[in-house]
Design a protein around this ligand. Sequence first.
Ligand code: NAD
Length: 492
Amino acid sequence: MTQAIPHAGGRLRNFIGGAFRDSEHTFANINPVDGSEINRVCRASRSDVDGAVDAARQALQGDWGTMSAAQRAVVLHRVADGIEARFDEFVAAEMADTGKSLQQASSIDIPRGAANFRIFADLQKSRATECFHTATDDGRGALNYAVDKPLGVVAVIAPWNLPLLLLTWKLAPAMAAGNAVIAKPSEETPATATLLAEVMRDAGVPAGAFNLVHGFGPGCTGEWITSHSGVDAITFTGESKTGSAIMRAAADGVKPISFELGGKNAALIFADCDFDAAVEGTARSVFTNGGQVCLCTERVYVERKIFPQFVAALKQKAEALNIGWPQDADTDMGPLISHKHRDKVLSFFSSARADGAEVITGGDIPKFNDTRDSGAFVQPTIFTGLPETADIVRKEVFGPVCHIAPFDSEEEAIQLANNTDYGLAATVWTDNLQRAHRVAGVMDVGIAWVNTWYLRDLRTPFGGVKLSGIGREGGAHSLSFYSEPMNICIKL
Ligand code: NAD
């Protein structure tokens, strides 16, 4: 990977009304591989947020608001083309901000960022509306049909774990449906969103249809957006407790919200599974992106008769992971997003030990004897032996760690998997067809995988139950959230 980090040593600016804007206050954008500063980020002021809302409103009254879905689709395909044309820059920026591996950034994050625009542009173009012929007493009837209108100005608030992928997962359907958007990436990962603003400008997206404001959450940019009277709807991905705060901010304006929140996902491994596939898939589901994917498994339950062999095999996989420089082709895992997040993950490790956990592997900081020792790395970690009440079994850690425990019956496995405040995803490993359907169907989650993990079809409903979210996005579900159906009734 020879691509220089875009904007390194410079400033990442806000993008409002079609133009980049500097600001008085900046904050540091840190590379978690070695703790170095990559660039300065312009923190949006309250008046920048007001400016973004005004620009979005004007776009809805102007060129963007008068475009057909087909015309918007042409523009959004140009945005996807623009991401692909600057693919290496996007990959370099995402790796520098997050420390994720080249392999992951170039095969998942950035391709999905471009794909989101294509998929939702095309879906919206071919979207049907309802139409009914309604009987009337005079025999002439009435035509009742629905038209979908944009919600207006949509705030898109994104997390740091899959920065471009998750931002565009919401921006693309919101824009395809005709809304004007205000995007706020995580303060930890401002770079690819800034590149995206350049792509939007160069693709001819009308001024104000896409606005970008940088900054923090509480008492800052995030809160100013979500409590702004000129914002019509909020779509958010992040922690469950942030979701509660945003919900309170949205309550005043009775704004529609769509929330994709935290998870504490279980994997159930039955003795009748394909053992090697289950070990491989579970290792992937625990350690991908350093465990920093909302869908990652943090609780592994294994049928007792294969428990010792499974623990040994998962340990071997964890210890074989190559932790290191993101740009090396054979790197499996980079650092965590920040030192602050590493402190949080390490405090879970300490509490697990204090609760009496047995450490199967890891539990510490790796030693490199180079600049990576200033980075935010932790070892892939497996604990066992804790009661279900232990913090590390109940709370989302969001790191490369799982707790593994045995079960004796299908009923017990189901009870353990569902005994959580979260409800995002579950994974079931079995070669028994009836059991696969039976167990997957009673998982109290938004998505259950059988004999695979993270196999996504973007047309399917995506979201969580309980603390894991509100609403569904994906395919037609996204377009339905980002538009308001209106009924028109014509007496014939
Ligand atoms: P976070 O909640 O700390 O921050 C997410 C975004 O919200 C950031 O842009 C942040 O600045 C902003 N924010 C924070 N407080 C705010 C406030 N009071 N008002 C407005 N905005 C505010 O989450 P994170 O640490 O960036 O991301 C990790 C979390 O995201 C994990 O809990 C993970 O499970 C979750 N996540 C969920 C999904 C999903 O699809 N369900 C996907 C990815 C990540």
